[in-house]
Design a protein around this ligand. Structure first.
Ligand SMILES: [Zn+2]
Length: 178
């Protein structure tokens, strides 16, 4: 059956919660309205160049150069935002790995095939026999392993949108704005 023509009352009939379906529909609808509203505002501020307003590219350029902002400044700012948007999770992950955060236990769990998964603490002790520092990951369930599972932070849709937009704006600034 086409999802669009589905009556919400039917959903409740076979035991599915009505609020989940209607709620997600309302949520999507709300998001669409926010995006449309923002687009209208930007349109009437002249961002797309069709309506004369403070955001019309030519007016914006004149205002910026009036403030002493040059093309080089704009590129520098965009590049800084780009570098930050690209690197924040790498830096965060590197720091987390160095301090031993975001790590979980690799020992076998109670179910047999699954792993324990409890957060671990990294411990270091000096081995007199080998003369080296031995690193061990200890979990609250008493497991002690030489390695642990690291959970890196991945970029979400927002971060990816920001850095892609930055690349686009840098290219536009470099090649089209003179
Ligand atoms: Zn464990």
């Amino acid at each position: 059956m086409n999802e669009k023509h589905m009556n919400p009352a039917m959903i409740t009939g076979n035991g599915q919660p009505r609020s989940g379906f209607v709620g997600s529909r309302l949520h999507n609808f709300g998001l669409t309205m926010v995006v449309m509203g923002a687009s209208f505002v930007l349109y009437y501020l002249g961002l797309f160049g069709t309506v004369d307003g403070p955001l019309t590219p030519a007016n914006m350029g004149a205002a910026l150069s009036g403030l002493g902002v040059t093309q080089r400044h704009v590129i520098m700012v965009l590049l800084s935002v780009l570098v930050f948007a690209l690197c924040w999770n790498w830096v965060f992950n590197l720091t987390s790995a160095l301090v031993g955060a975001r790590m979980t236990c690799k020992a076998d769990g109670k179910g047999g095939d699954a792993t324990c998964g409890a957060p671990v603490k990294r411990t270091r002790r000096h081995s007199k026999r080998s003369g080296q520092t031995v690193v061990a990951y200890v979990c609250p369930h008493g497991h002690r392993r030489s390695e642990a599972h690291f959970h890196p932070v991945k970029k979400g849709a927002f971060s990816n949108t920001v850095w892609i937009a930055c690349v686009a704006f840098v290219l536009i600034t470099v090649f089209y704005i003179r």
